[in-house]
Design a protein around this ligand. Structure first.
Ligand code: NAD
Ligand code: ZN
Length: 247
């Protein structure tokens, strides 16, 4: 199948009643100018993301880790949702069985108006207390750019505040896992803009497939395993084309 035929075959599965679950990663925000972790532009200073987004790195050098998050918060604040975010937001309003599971922490899906978003890895706009003085689930919003103080402090105990994201080596919030688990009972599962290397997120599509869903990967450099159809292309272009055929 050529890319156009592949797109047609996915669009043929679209209906207002069909249950579609879309799993997104950093590639969906690439066209908004938000750098991915892997691939070109994946470095900040000379650090790799795996060296910064960990509990150990934060304990060792919270200031450097916070400077990296501050840099990313500034980039994201200046960015806007792109065509990929807009199309998914539109589908989320038109399809009753639509769920979006995103690994992105940038909030661009929500800014585009997407309904039913599961934030698998948290949000860069939320902060938490490193010492969990009011429980591990307590998070608060802080959208200030720049933050007035680095590292920021917990308003309850004045201890170190941490970004409200899931770091490498940390577990996914159990409620979030449960919600995602339910969303994997679907007819079609699109895996968009993710390198499918970070677990457990990378295993979601395989679960949907075991339950009978049709899995489609959309990525200019595809690499996910266990998919039924690969569309090698950019999220903003492929989803834009699909949407123009659906309407
Ligand atoms: P990743 O950086 O590992 O992979 C990005 C993927 O996007 C690659 O496979 C690349 O080929 C693809 N890609 C690049 N441009 C694309 C485009 N225009 N359209 C479609 N695909 C494109 O990202 P990941 O798989 O999401 O995993 C990294 C982790 O880092 C995630 O858990 C996430 O929490 C975090 N992260 C988030 C953001 C964000 O919030 N925007 C950005 C970077 C990393
Ligand atoms: Zn505290």
């Amino acid at each position: 199948m050529n890319p156009e035929e592949s797109i047609d075959s996915v669009v043929a599965r679209w209906s207002a009643q069909a249950r579609w679950t879309v799993v997104t990663g950093a590639g969906v925000s690439a066209a908004s100018g938000v750098p991915t972790f892997r691939g070109a532009g994946g470095l900040w200073r000379s650090f790799r993301a795996e060296e910064l987004a960990t509990p150990e790195a934060f304990r060792r050098d919270p200031r450097t880790v916070w400077e990296w998050y501050e840099w990313r918060r500034q980039l994201i604040a200046a960015a806007a949702p792109n065509r990929a975010h807009e199309v998914l937001a539109d589908w989320s309003r038109r399809q009753s069985g639509f769920t979006l599971i995103t690994q992105n922490v940038d909030g661009l899906h929500e800014r585009a108006g997407t309904r039913n978003v599961i934030r698998f890895h948290g949000s860069i706009w939320e902060l938490g207390c490193l010492e969990s003085c009011r429980g591990p689930a307590r998070r608060w919003n802080d959208g200030r750019v720049p933050l007035p103080e680095l590292p920021p402090r917990c308003p309850d105990c004045s201890g170190l505040a941490r970004p409200g994201v899931v770091w490498f080596g940390e577990p996914i919030d159990p409620d979030t896992l449960l919600q995602s688990e339910r969303a994997l009972d679907c007819d079609v599962c699109l895996v968009v803009g993710t390198s499918s290397l970070v677990y457990p997120a990378a295993g979601l599509a395989a679960v949907a497939r075991e339950r009978g869903a049709f899995i489609v990967e959309i990525n200019p450099e595809p690499g996910a395993s266990d998919v039924d159809l690969v569309i090698a292309g950019k999220a903003e272009e492929v989803l834009g084309r699909m949407d123009s055929l659906i309407h």
